[in-house]
Write a protein that binds this ligand. Structure first.
Ligand SMILES: [Zn+2]
Ligand SMILES: [Zn+2]
Length: 369
């Protein structure tokens, strides 16, 4: 047995809090924090071992997560996260050691695991210094510490990273007691922009209305419900693409290289090209100090009449075997307009969101004729 199990809380072993002086309360608190981290690290070690042995299935559970939920009594989403972190820690020896020593919190370990998943090779190389930096940073600073490491460790890996982030998208829905529906999950920067913009478009008005007594969180919840309700009622006609404000340097759009900053994080130039494939574009001229000097009117890249003709011709997504209807599809420029591609029927194809993504991020791409 390792020394991790040395501290077992038994009644009477620890001094009662009521009898401690002020320094004593603080000291005992620090000790408790450290010990709870060490126990969390111990849990991670045991979870990883159970997972490796396939213990859950042998004991009649569907998965290690299910096994943990029953054993710990904790909710499934929390267990899912613990299993993922435990599994990642297997590839993170420095992090594991710092966690077991009580030097980093479970939250910080989770963030480090995300960084590891994003750039495994660079993480293995920099793990010791990164763990030290994260251990010394405040919880507010930690995301920036990790992000700046990521930028300098792997400046070329943005396309790969975008793909990894996209793969990590997830949404979990679970019923709480009283039948409240709990939502949790995460979205890649581009998807995040769309969801954020849609929710804001329905919730920001409330902030300006003094007689509206709802909290901002309640307004966002109402906005999400409203969006879903409208969807279920069935939108008619083609979907209006979301109004997302992204400033894209012209060179980036033409060459398809580099990064574009957005409100929810950087997206790759290729993603920017896809967003602008079928969008409302406003031209803004900036002077040398990046101050806008002229703003053009917002114009649709694809005029409504042309879009209607395209909907009629293609009927829906033109990827072979895909049956997503026209109103949920994007109009894709086979050659992007920023590279001189024409906005006419011969250079346009309807593609659903997924296949539009593939078309921009994969070299050769099949189209239904
Ligand atoms: Zn496109
Ligand atoms: Zn499709």
């Amino acid at each position: 047995m390792g020394t991790d199990t040395a501290c077992v809380l038994e009644p009477g072993v620890l001094p009662a809090a009521v009898g401690l002086d002020d320094d004593g309360v603080a000291d005992e608190m620090l000790l408790a924090v450290r010990e709870s981290r060490r126990w969390a690290a111990r849990q991670a070690e045991l979870i990883a071992e159970a997972d490796r042995r396939g213990l859950a299935r042998r004991q009649g559970f569907g998965s290690t997560c299910e096994w943990l939920a029953v054993l710990s009594g904790e909710p499934v989403p929390a267990c899912r996260s613990k299993v993922a972190v435990a599994e990642a820690l297997e590839r993170m020896p420095e992090t594991r050691a710092a966690f077991a020593a009580g030097e980093v919190s479970e939250g910080k370990v989770r963030l480090l695991a995300e960084a590891q998943a994003l750039a495994p090779e660079q993480f293995a190389r920099d793990e010791a210094s990164l763990v030290a930096a994260v251990a010394g940073a405040s919880p507010q600073q930690v995301p920036q510490v990790v992000a700046s490491w990521k930028r300098q460790a792997d400046p070329q890996g943005t396309e790969v990273q975008a793909e990894r982030l996209y793969k990590q998208r997830a949404l979990h829905l679970s019923k709480g007691w009283l039948d409240m529906l709990r939502l949790s999950g995460q979205l890649d920067p581009e998807s995040g922009l769309i969801v954020q913009d849609a929710i804001r478009s329905l919730s920001e008005g409330a902030a300006l209305n003094a007689s509206d007594t709802r909290t901002p969180a309640q307004c966002r919840a109402d906005a999400l419900v409203e969006i879903c309700r409208r969807h279920l009622q069935g939108g008619n006609g083609s979907v209006r693409p979301p109004r997302v404000l992204v400033t894209i340097p012209w060179n980036t759009l033409q060459e398809g290289q580099g990064l574009v900053d957005t409100e929810t994080g950087p997206v790759t130039a290729e993603t920017a090209r896809r967003i602008t494939c079928d969008a409302t574009i406003s031209r803004v001229l900036l002077d040398a100090d990046s101050v806008p000097v002229e703003m053009g009117r917002a114009t649709r890249v694809i005029p409504p009449a042309l879009r209607k003709a395209l909907d009629l011709r293609d009927g829906g997504c033109t990827h072979p075997g895909c049956d997503v209807p026209a109103r949920w599809s994007d109009a894709h420029h086979i050659q992007h307009w920023a590279q001189g591609g024409k906005t006419d029927l011969s250079n346009l194809r309807l593609l659903c969101r997924k296949h539009h993504r593939d078309a921009h991020h994969q070299q050769s791409y099949p189209l239904r004729q």
